[in-house]
Ligand binder design. Structure first.
Ligand SMILES: C[S@@+](CC[C@H](N)C(=O)[O-])C[C@H]1O[C@@H](n2cnc3c(N)ncnc32)[C@H](O)[C@@H]1O
Length: 248
């Protein structure tokens, strides 16, 4: 199956990993750990990490729980780093809207700060539902807009970042329930995003300098414009755990 591969991926940039560390998301493993406990995931469960990036969660699951997970990501560069660290795991080049796995392959799918980047969110949610076993878990951590009416302002920004894909939580929950997921857990974890933003500003002086470095876009104006539009949306961060019920 052919994979759509992103040409420019800010998450491949050195300053992303400089600020974020091993994981490419706010909160490192805090929410991963919360989800493992909530869903009672063990090494008997098959796990997929959708948008696995550098394989941080895959490495964590193996070291802490001897779980050998599968990772999928469209970035050859990030997958290369992941493979070097985790020679026990299976990594696949691909995107969320076309998962190259048979139906009911996994007990659990993690999407940690990745759903906001999907080319086709509806199709991705359907794909996750298809590859999950009955009663399987869909663990989503991601960015959302506390003022969702402002999201449309971000649509024309060229910046490739999860912040451009802030979720409207009502719409996301509706898409999930319409696809056959029950919302089993939700928590607003916006403090984790705040901590990260403070760290970025401390290291780079301002968000727009960080964005222009991360995206390789030297036109600082587009960064400044983007941040202004972003502020209007009031970004937050959440964890949502969906449980696969009946497929509609
Ligand atoms: C914010 S990073 C998170 C990476 C990893 N989950 C983590 O938390 O460390 C977003 C990841 O999503 C990947 N990504 C971008 N578009 C994608 C798509 N359409 N399908 C799957 N993954 C995608 C990126 O390559 C990147 O690795």
């Amino acid at each position: 199956m052919g994979a759509h591969v992103n040409r420019s991926n800010a998450y491949e940039s050195r300053c992303m990993s400089d600020v974020l560390g091993r994981t490419l998301r706010p909160g490192e493993f805090k929410l991963t750990e919360k989800a493992i406990k909530f869903c009672n995931i063990t090494n008997k469960d098959s796990v997929l990490d959708l948008g696995c990036g550098m394989g941080a969660t895959i490495e964590y699951l193996y070291k802490q729980y001897i779980i050998k997970a599968t990772g999928i990501d469209p970035s050859e560069k990030l997958l290369g780093i992941a493979k070097e660290k985790c020679d026990f795991a299976n990594f696949v080049l691909g995107t969320g809207d076309m998962l190259p796995f048979p139906k009911e392959s996994f007990q659990c799918v993690f999407a940690e700060c990745t759903l906001s980047l999907m080319n086709d969110l509806n199709q991705t949610i359907h794909e996750v539902n298809r590859v999950l076993k009955k009663n399987g878990w869909f663990i989503i951590t991601d960015v959302f807009a506390k003022h969702p009416d402002e999201i449309k302002e971000l649509e024309n920004c060229s910046i490739h970042s999860c912040m451009r894909g802030l979720h409207n939580l009502d719409i996301l929950q509706e898409k999930l329930t319409n696809t056959g997921f029950k919302i089993a857990y939700f928590e607003d974890c916006s403090d984790l995003l705040k901590e990260l933003l403070v760290k970025i500003i401390f290291n780079y002086g301002s968000m727009d300098i960080f964005w222009s470095k991360a995206t390789g876009d030297t036109d600082c104006l587009s960064g400044i414009e983007f941040i202004e539009k972003l502020k209007l949306c009031k970004p937050g961060y959440f964890i949502l755990i969906g449980k696969k019920g009946k497929t509609k």
